[in-house]
Design a binder for this molecule. Structure first.
Ligand code: FCB
Length: 395
């Protein structure tokens, strides 16, 4: 069904796994708030060879990872040779294992010096990103099989500038919009820039797609609310980036039952609490609904006719059984979409390793591989073996 050309892999992001990213904005922020800090994370910076060996052993033929911009450029215009050399080793190792490289250029964090100058709100971010991108292309362009520009602009922009949960903890609709527009501008710029250097490069934007259903299926108002939610969460970024996609990169975590109702943002969208509806939830209280992935893939295929990669899909599992079932059901959802004619070319499980889940710290366990953070030892979870069988049998 999936064949030899399908990409089976898992995903990570630099800040969440590497450890020691002391030049990043998140690191600065952690010092000011009362939340668990990332610290050594899971020491992937030093243990990447061991981790890639595990991915290889688990029959994965592709891997999604990101560069930590702040590590490469700890102060404006100064590039750190040690960091440059490090990522050469990282990419060479993946190459040696014949694991295809899906690179995210920016996964939520910025260099602290840039954040101090306004980060995504500063229109100069285009120039700063350009300088960084120039380095990335010169040093690493040759290794990259597939380019992912900016991870989940909607999630970053809402969490950091609309809901005020993430640094710099702003709650402002105009500032949120400005940030989102700047992120879209940078994406569009990256898209053109990479294509100038590599005309046949594959470039996309990992976007967090929600699956929405009306809470009361025959309520006209709830259907209206679904439309509003879809316009905002699913479409806004695509509208701002238009034709700058060689493929769609789907991150899927959220199935929401939507009703029409007042909230402080006055957008008249309410998401039901799945626990109150007695739905199955993850350890983070997110509804477990793999079928939503199939629906998203079918919808996107109808509208865009572009190839699709599932660049993230995973679960903060309550237990091993739940994680195993989730992987089976999610890959089955992808299979059904393919059978229905959707051109899905790859699937990346989030995540290879347990890691630092942003403001939620290390408690949520997303990994195929469990990490003991005292000893940094790695242990395969039962779901890792289940996924390895799926990757091998290509069913
Ligand atoms: C996604 C993020 C990723 C991880 C997962 C659980 O939104 O891209 O870094 O935190 O959620």
């Amino acid at each position: 069904m999936f064949g030899n050309r399908f990409f089976w892999g898992s995903a990570t992001s630099a800040y969440q796994v590497e450890g020691g990213n002391i030049w990043s904005d998140w690191y600065e922020w952690e010092k000011m708030v009362d939340l668990e800090s990332c610290g050594r994370a899971v020491d992937h910076y030093n243990l990447f060879r061991q981790d890639f060996a595990l991915a290889y052993k688990l029959n994965q033929n592709a891997h999604r990872l990101s560069l930590e911009w702040a590590r490469l450029e700890p102060s404006p215009g100064f590039f750190n040779q040690e960091a440059i050399d490090h990522y050469h080793q990282v990419f060479s190792e993946l190459r040696r294992l014949k694991i295809k490289i899906f690179l995210t250029l920016n996964h939520f964090t910025l260099p602290a010096w840039l954040a101090r100058q306004g980060g995504w709100e500063n229109y100069k971010i285009l120039d700063f990103f350009g300088r960084y991108l120039q380095l990335v292309i010169k040093e690493y362009g040759q290794y990259i099989d597939c380019w992912l520009t900016i991870n989940e602009p909607m999630i970053l922009a809402t969490e950091a500038y609309l809901f005020g949960h993430w640094p710099p903890q702003v709650k402002s609709s105009p500032r949120f919009m400005k940030v989102l527009q700047n992120m879209a501008k940078v994406h569009n710029f990256i898209y053109d820039y990479i294509h100038k250097h590599y005309p046949i490069a594959q470039v996309g934007l990992p976007h967090n797609y929600f699956s929405f259903v009306p809470l009361r299926s025959n309520s006209f108002l709830d259907q209206k609310a679904v439309k509003r939610a879809d316009d905002f969460w699913n479409r806004l970024v695509l509208n701002l980036t238009q034709d700058k996609h060689d493929f769609l990169a789907v991150n899927y975590y959220f199935h929401q039952r939507v009703s029409f109702g007042f909230n402080w943002r006055r957008d008249w969208i309410k998401f039901a609490d799945p626990k109150k509806l007695h739905k199955e939830v993850s350890a983070l209280g997110w509804e477990v609904y793999p079928e939503g992935l199939e629906q998203i893939l079918l919808n996107l295929n109808q509208e865009y006719k572009l190839p699709i990669y599932v660049t993230e899909n995973g679960l903060a599992a309550q237990n091993d059984e739940q994680q195993k079932r989730f992987i089976i059901n999610s890959t089955q959802a992808v299979k059904r979409a393919r059978l229905a004619g959707v051109q899905v070319l790859g699937y990346f499980y989030w995540s290879l390793l347990d890691n630092f889940e942003w403001d939620k710290g290390f408690k949520p366990k997303f990994g195929l591989v469990e990490v003991n953070r005292n000893t940094m030892e790695r242990y395969l979870r039962p779901a890792a073996k289940e996924y390895a069988a799926i990757c091998q049998e290509r069913i």
